[in-house]
Design a binder for this molecule. Structure first.
Ligand code: SF4
Length: 480
């Protein structure tokens, strides 16, 4: 019987089986940021330890970075302390830091792939839940807590429970105006926010195979929102083409014969990491990509979503075990069961985050914004996922498109995804957001309300001033 990718990567990184039943796994790449690393470095200091593999550890700053200005010191004293701490720690422990002012700075899950640090067949760890993003390259990538960040810094290993593998197959073809974000929201809606607990999700099928790497990252990024610690996609030509020539990819710019040989040998190895035909899975589910429509969340977890044209559920129409959470969500959001999500007035539109802050996301949002104006009552901002995304967007003139439409054009950071920085909702504001979590309080106001959707849908909502089906805009060119 053939093996799936998770089995292959697990076996090739297993140091030993522990008496607890867990596996001690070697971690190929450790990405760190300013929020979950200070206590971990402090723990190393207390024990007189060094970073075991600084050559496999890379740091950036993202969560607390203000996006309207990168000027130091930050107004927020705690943010300034965290920034100073990561700068000091990286200097002292010899870890490369993509800090403010570095054109490689950005959200950790945007920066790793775009620099070519993220590669097929790797084990990757980072102190952030959405580390699953890197699985888009055929890596096994875990979000970890601060004590595990300490462990990886000190040993380059993690003690992990083995995961089962569910193959999530999305067949057919997506219609116009339907994006990777809609696919993953549809998957989480059906399988549930806890449906993936104990599983790694292997995403497959014609729809997934046709997605560009950036869209694959959106899918894997939100695996964790479906309860799956890990999500991955088998590496293929699309993966290799994306990586070719990136600074940390094998062979770098692939200029010399020696570089080419290194690149060819890496690709040959990466091909062997993909799941074998006939691999065994613990579970398999299928989705019809052609039936997926633009999705919008209406509740307080990412599984509570509907097609933009659909009515919201009411307490009477759902299973008994879901009733309490539906009632709680409708009440918090101030929605009525049976009403439509389309037409919901919004106050804020946020395009960005490690889910949807990449260049292809900005291109799709700009297609909608071009020649149109943000509604007068809406505050709209576009926050590129990295400084490289920002530079690429500016080279294409996308910043001008957004500015002309009335969006704020910002520097790279997590911004309103988590609001550990000045970008926050106020009071009961409703935000159309391209981020990944709609939990109560996630965007900085305990009573603020988040509607998750694709970046193109956010741009459409910003212009209409309310939730609207983006396909109406894509069908009708703007009056420029
Ligand atoms: S953009 Fe959001 S989910 Fe991604 S790393 Fe930042 S805070 Fe975490």
């Amino acid at each position: 019987m053939g093996k799936n990718l998770l089995e292959k990567v697990w076996e090739s990184h297993a140091v030993r089986e522990l008496p607890t039943g867990q596996t001690q796994l070697f971690i190929g790449l450790h990405l760190i940021h300013e929020v979950t690393s200070p206590q971990a470095f402090e723990a190393l200091r207390e024990r007189g330890l060094r970073v075991r593999r600084p050559d496999r550890t890379f740091a950036t700053v993202d969560h607390i970075v203000p996006t309207h200005t990168h000027a130091r010191p930050f107004e927020d004293g705690l943010a300034e302390q965290m920034m100073s701490a990561i700068e000091r720690n990286c200097r002292e422990f010899g870890v490369p830091l993509f800090g403010l002012g570095d054109r490689r700075q950005g959200v950790v899950h945007v920066v790793g792939p775009e620099l070519g640090l993220t590669q097929p067949g790797m084990t990757i760890a980072c102190g952030d839940s959405h580390t699953s993003t890197h699985g888009a390259f055929g890596a096994i990538a875990f979000g970890i807590g601060t004590s595990q960040v300490r462990d990886v810094l000190a040993t380059q290993c993690l003690a992990m429970d083995r995961l089962r593998v569910r193959r999530v197959c999305v067949g057919g073809a997506l219609g116009p105006g339907v994006y990777a974000k809609d696919v993953i929201l549809a998957i989480i809606r059906r399988l549930g926010v806890k449906g993936g607990v104990g599983f790694a999700y292997e995403f497959a099928g014609e729809v997934i195979e046709r997605l560009a790497m950036e869209e694959r990252m959106t899918i894997c990024n939100m695996s964790i929102e479906g309860g799956a610690r890990v999500g991955y996609i088998n590496p293929d030509e699309t993966t290799f083409e994306y990586l070719r020539g990136r600074p940390f990819a094998p062979g770098g710019a692939v200029g010399s014969d020696r570089d080419r040989a290194r690149w060819d040998s890496a690709v040959a190895w990466w091909r062997t990491r993909a799941s074998d035909a006939g691999a065994r899975y613990d579970d398999e589910v299928t989705f019809d990509g052609g039936a997926i429509r633009p999705h919008v969340t209406w509740g307080i977890n990412p599984g509570q979503s509907v097609d933009v044209g659909e009515a919201l559920p009411d307490a009477a129409s759902v299973a008994a075990d879901e009733r309490a959470s539906v009632v709680e969500a409708l009440e918090f959001m101030d929605f009525r069961g049976g009403a439509r999500i389309a037409g919901t007035r919004i106050d804020v539109a946020f395009i960005g985050s490690c889910t949807n802050g990449r260049i292809s996301d900005l291109r799709e949002a700009a297609r909608v914004a071009r020649g149109r104006r943000v509604a007068s009552h809406v505050k709209a901002l576009v926050v590129p996922g990295s400084q490289a995304v920002r530079a690429a967007a500016e080279a294409e003139g996308l910043d001008e498109v957004f500015r002309a439409a009335g969006f704020d054009w910002r520097g790279a950071g997590c911004s309103m995804c988590l609001a550990m920085n000045p970008d926050k909702l106020v009071g009961r504001q409703v935000c159309a957001s391209s981020s990944n979590r709609n939990f109560k309080g996630r965007q900085g106001s305990p009573t603020g309300r988040t509607l998750l959707m694709s970046p193109a849908m956010v741009a459409a909502a910003a212009v209409a001033g309310e939730v609207i089906d983006v396909r109406e805009f894509l069908a009708e060119p703007a009056a420029v």
